[in-house]
Design a protein around this ligand. Structure first.
Ligand code: UD1
Ligand code: MG
Length: 451
């Protein structure tokens, strides 16, 4: 049976108080919509349709990055959840399979739960995802008769007795596309909100003699986001899950609560992470890496056996090969550090390549920017860059070459050569004592004058 995901994402999200459409707000660096979609992908959908409204153009451009096959359908006016699904009718006119309705602002439904909904479709025409709410608040209530779901009543339309029910509607629903559209045709807006409710499909299906059931999931999976506070809570929930997943996969997090992860962070087995480390987007770490405290990563790759930090910053394009050492207060951007190379202290390596087994001395800077353009620095293998070397790019340091401490290197250095580029030192015998005496005498005169 083929599946079409229909993701409802047209709502304004007023309580976010934002210019950004709600579903594009990020959780761990990925838009909410991408989280919702990632569970849906487990169903290997033939079609993915996002119903956008507020900020539709923005949603369209963002979706192009997330999933280039996804289609955007615009719901000009938000007349209710049934009306939203109805907007996909033309796009799905030649589709013969199941629709699974997801919400763009309910990002944490699990793939396993969606699979269970589809499994339940074997014996029911329509399947609704429900959950037992600790505080049912304003959710729609599911009116069950044994295994049969008879009706969903929205909070606003519910009687006191119905409001006592704690089995609630998540909003997610699965059914045959043609059947769902036929039922949607019968939905009206005669209710407390004057909206076309998707929830009405249940009662209409029962009236047609169709089977309807509910599948239940953990309440955490239905966490909906309406405010910045909800967004922060969602991030917290995501972090907890991701940390637990990584630890289950064999990663040591010494103080898990202090490690911040991104949606797409990948970390290999037997990597150890000290407290207080931040992973931005697009970071991959191989196995057996040791990451020390207060390091910050984004868009980088760290290979097996490397040691990084404390206080290291790896920016986009930093590629560390195996067994590299990156130490404290080192920033690396758009640079490849080859196997066994060391950059241990207080350095900036940007737009560069560093060869295997090369040692970069403390305080080395690749001067990559001339105020207008960026230039590259290439350093060969087994080279030795003396402390406080300024490598004025574009420049190349050969294999087994050295730069003397304090060098300002403006010309390339050939293989095996030593570059000395600093003023020569002169020692003046006795001059220090004389100078000190002069200065002390001056200070004494000045303080006498001040009396
Ligand atoms: C809906 C359900 C309710 C359920 C709750 C769970 C209905 C009638 N009610 O209520 O039973 O307990 O979700 O959170 O379905 N949307 C559109 N276009 C519209 C209206 C909504 O795309 O015209 C989207 C929203 O952006 C959102 C989702 O559909 O992602 C749900 O809409 P919302 O207004 O939040 O519905 P609730 O009142 O919360
Ligand atoms: Mg809602």
């Amino acid at each position: 049976m083929s599946t079409a995901l229909v993701i409802l994402a047209a709502g304004k999200g007023t309580r976010m108080n934002s210019d950004l459409p709600k579903v594009l707000h990020p959780i761990a660096h990925a838009p909410m919509l991408e989280h919702a979609l990632s569970a849906g992908r487990a169903l290997t959908p033939e079609r993915t349709i996002v119903v956008a409204g507020h900020g539709a153009d923005y949603v369209r451009s963002m979706m192009a990055d997330i999933d280039e096959d996804a289609e955007i359908v615009v719901q000009e006016e938000q007349l209710g959840t049934a009306h939203a699904v109805a907007q996909t009718r033309d796009a799905l006119s030649d589709f013969d399979g199941d629709i699974v309705v997801l919400y763009g602002d309910t990002p944490f439904v699990s793939a396993e739960t969606l699979q269970r909904m589809l499994a339940a479709r074997q014996s029911a025409d329509l399947v609704v995802l429900g959950f037992t709410a600790a505080d049912p608040a304003r959710y729609g209530r599911l009116l069950m008769d044994g295994n049969s779901l008879e009706r969903i009543v929205e909070y606003k339309d519910a009687t006191e007795a119905e409001r006592e029910i704690d089995f609630c509607n998540s909003g997610l629903m699965a059914g045959n596309a043609a059947q769902m559209f036929a039922l949607i045709d019968q939905v009206d807006s005669a209710n407390a909100s004057g909206e076309y409710y998707l929830t009405d499909l249940v009662e209409l299906a029962r009236a047609d003699g169709l089977q309807v059931t509910a599948v239940s999931c953990d309440e955490a999976e239905t966490l909906g986001i309406n405010s910045r506070a909800d967004l922060a809570e969602a991030d917290r929930v995501f972090q907890q899950r991701k940390r637990a997943d990584l630890m289950a996969d064999g990663v040591t997090l010494m103080d898990p609560e202090t490690v911040y992860l991104a949606f797409d962070t990948v970390i290999g087995r037997d990597t150890i992470i000290e407290p207080n480390v931040v992973f931005g987007p697009e970071v991959t770490v191989e196995s057996g890496v040791f990451i020390r405290s207060f390091s910050h990563f984004e868009g980088c790759h760290i290979s097996r056996g490397s040691k990084v930090g404390p206080y290291a910053r790896l920016r986009p394009g930093a590629e560390l090969a195996e067994n590299t050492h990156i130490g404290n207060f080192v920033e690396i951007k758009n640079a490849e550090i080859a196997e066994g190379a060391k950059v241990n202290h207080l350095s900036y390596i940007g737009d560069a390549s560093v060869g295997a087994e090369t040692n970069i001395g403390a305080g080395t800077i690749t001067c990559n920017y001339d105020g207008v353009m960026k230039h590259r620095t290439e350093i060969g293998a087994r080279a030795f860059i003396g402390s406080n070397t300024m490598l004025v790019a574009p420049v190349r340091i050969g294999n087994e070459a050295m730069t003397a401490t304090g060098a300002v290197v403006t010309k390339s250095v050939e293989d095996g050569a030593l570059a000395i580029a600093r003023a020569e030192q002169k020692n003046k015998p006795g001059r220090a004592r004389k100078l000190m005496d002069m200065l002390r005498a001056k200070k004494a005169r000045l303080s006498k004058g001040a009396e």
